[in-house]
Write a protein that binds this ligand. Structure first.
Ligand code: ADP
Ligand code: MG
Length: 385
C-alpha cells in the first residue's frame, strides 16, 4: 500500500465518522483502468488487454440493519438518502452508479441490505479511465464483504456492468468492470469478450527499463454516443454480410473483405480483425518477456484506429505523433475515441519529458492543456482498511 493510499483511506474513514457519527466497518478500493491494446474489439466478441491503475475509488461503509442507504461523496460534498425498496433504474446523478450496484445485486437475488457509505475517488472523471466502473466495483467489493455474498470476481464485474447498462443507462461492455475487479498488480488482464475467460499477463515494466505514460488530451467530447452506435452497427452489419456470428470469427481477412462491396465496411472490419490479432501478439510478447517489442503494435493500433476505424481526432493524433517524436517507443489512443487519453511506451524516466513535449505542442496549437501520469499496473478491487 502506498502512503498516499494510506492517507486517502484514513481521510475517507474520518469523513464517514464525521458524517454519520460512528466508525465504518471497513474501507474498500477499486481502481480505474487503461486499455493497453484492443479497442472496439469487445462488442465484436474479441480480445482486450487492460490493466488496473493506482488511481482508485475508495468506499468507507457499514451495514445499517434496515433498508436505508445513505450515500455521500467526499469529492462533491453531497449526501443522498434513499431506501432499497424504492431504488429503480433511470434515476440519474452520480449516486446512480452506487445505488445501481446495490439494485443489480438485489435483482439477482443477493441479500444486500441497507448501508451507509462515503465515496472518494482520484480516478479522473470522463477521461476514459473508467471512474464509473471504479465506484461501482468499490461498492460491490464492500457489499460482498459486508453481506457475505457468494459471488465470483467475474460475477461481480457482470453485476456492476448490469448496474451501468440497466440502471445508469450507459451501453458499455464488460471491459471496465472486469479490469477493475479482476486485475492484479504487475499484470495486464487478457480478457476474451466471448467466453469471458481471462488470464493474467505479466507486465514487469520497471524490470524491462520501461514505463507507460497516460496522457489525457482534455478534448471536449462531441457526438461520441452516436459515433459509437454507428461503429457498432457497422460491425454487426459487416458480420451479417460476411456470414459470421461476430467479427471475432473472421479467420481469413482477405476472403472476408472480398465479400464486402462497401469500402467503409471493409475498413471497419480490417480494424477489428487486425486489432484482435495485435492483442494476441501483445499477449505473446509480454508472456515471453519481450515488452519493448510491443511498441510497434501500439503504433499500428493507432494507425488502424485513425485510418480504418476513424475514431481519432486532431488532438489525439497530435499527442501520439509528438510523443513518438519526443522519444516514446510506441504510442496509441486508448479508450473509445474522439478524445480522451493516449498511452505511450517510454524508457523508464522518460515519460514526464514526453508529457511536457506534448503539452508544449498543444500550447503552440492552441489545444487545451493536457495532464499526464506514469501508470503502474495495480491490483483490482479489494478491502484496504
Ligand atoms: P469515465 O468512466 O470514463 O470516467 P463516465 O461518464 O462513464 O466516465 O463516468 C463518470 C461519472 O461517474 C461522473 O459523471 C459521475 O457521475 C461519476 N463519478 C465518477 N467519480 C466520482 C466521484 N468521485 N464522486 C461522485 N461521482 C463520481
Ligand atoms: Mg465509464
Amino acid at each position: 500500500m502506498t502512503s498516499s493510499l494510506d492517507a486517502r483511506v484514513a481521510a475517507v474513514a474520518a469523513a464517514f465518522a464525521e458524517r454519520f457519527g460512528y466508525r465504518p466497518t471497513g474501507v474498500w478500493r477499486a481502481p480505474g483502468r487503461v486499455n493497453l491494446i484492443g479497442e472496439h474489439t469487445d462488442y465484436n466478441d474479441g480480445f482486450v488487454l487492460p490493466f488496473a491503475l493506482e488511481q482508485s475509488a475508495l468506499v468507507a461503509a457499514a451495514p445499517r440493519g434496515d433498508q436505508g442507504v445513505r450515500i455521500s461523496s467526499l469529492d462533491l460534498g453531497e449526501t443522498h438518502e434513499l431506501s432499497l425498496d424504492e431504488i429503480v433504474p433511470g434515476s440519474g446523478g452520480w449516486q446512480a452508479y452506487l445505488a445501481g450496484t446495490l439494485w443489480a445485486l438485489r435483482e439477482a437475488g443477493h441479500p444486500a441490505g441497507g448501508l451507509d457509505l462515503v465515496l472518494s475517488s482520484d480516478v479522473p472523471v470522463g477521461a476514459g479511465l473508467s471512474s464509473s466502473a471504479a465506484i461501482e466495483c468499490a461498492v460491490m467489493a464492500a457489499a460482498v464483504d459486508l453481506f457475505d455474498l457468494d459471488l465470483s470476481r467475474l460475477d461481480r464485474a457482470r453485476l456492476c456492468q448490469r448496474a451501468e447498462n440497466a440502471y445508469v443507462g450507459a451501453p458499455t461492455g464488460l471491459l471496465d468492470q472486469a479490469a477493475s475487479t479482476l486485475c492484479t498488480a504487475g499484470h495486464a488482464l487478457f480478457l476474451d469478450c466471448r467466453s469471458f475467460d481471462s488470464r493474467q499477463v505479466p507486465l514487469p515494466l520497471g524490470e524491462a527499463g520501461l514505463e507507460i505514460l497516460v496522457l489525457d488530451t482534455h478534448t471536449p467530447h462531441t457526438h461520441v454516443d452516436g459515433e459509437y452506435a454507428a461503429r457498432r452497427g457497422a460491425c454487426e452489419e459487416a458480420a451479417r454480410r460476411i456470414g459470421v456470428p461476430a467479427l471475432r470469427d473472421v479467420v481469413d481477412l482477405p476472403a472476408a473483405l472480398a465479400l464486402l462491396d462497401d469500402e467503409l465496411l471493409r475498413r471497419r472490419v480490417r480494424h477489428v480483425v487486425t486489432e484482435d490479432a495485435r492483442v494476441l501478439e501483445t499477449v505473446q510478447l509480454a508472456s515471453d518477456g519481450r515488452l519493448e517489442q510491443i511498441a510497434p503494435l501500439l503504433d499500428a493500433s493507432h494507425a488502424s484506429m485513425r485510418d480504418d476505424f476513424e475514431i481519432t481526432v486532431e488532438t489525439v493524433d497530435t499527442a501520439v505523433e509528438t510523443a513518438r517524436a519526443a522519444g516514446a517507443l510506441g504510442a496509441r489512443m486508448t479508450g473509445g475515441g474522439f478524445g480522451g487519453c493516449i498511452i505511450a511506451l517510454c524508457r523508464q524516466g522518460a515519460g514526464d519529458g514526453v508529457g511536457t513535449a506534448v503539452a508544449e505542442e498543444f500550447a503552440r496549437r492552441g489545444f487545451n492543456a493536457p495532464t499526464w501520469f506514469v501508470a503502474h499496473p495495480a491490483d483490482g478491487a479489494g478491502r484496504v482498511g
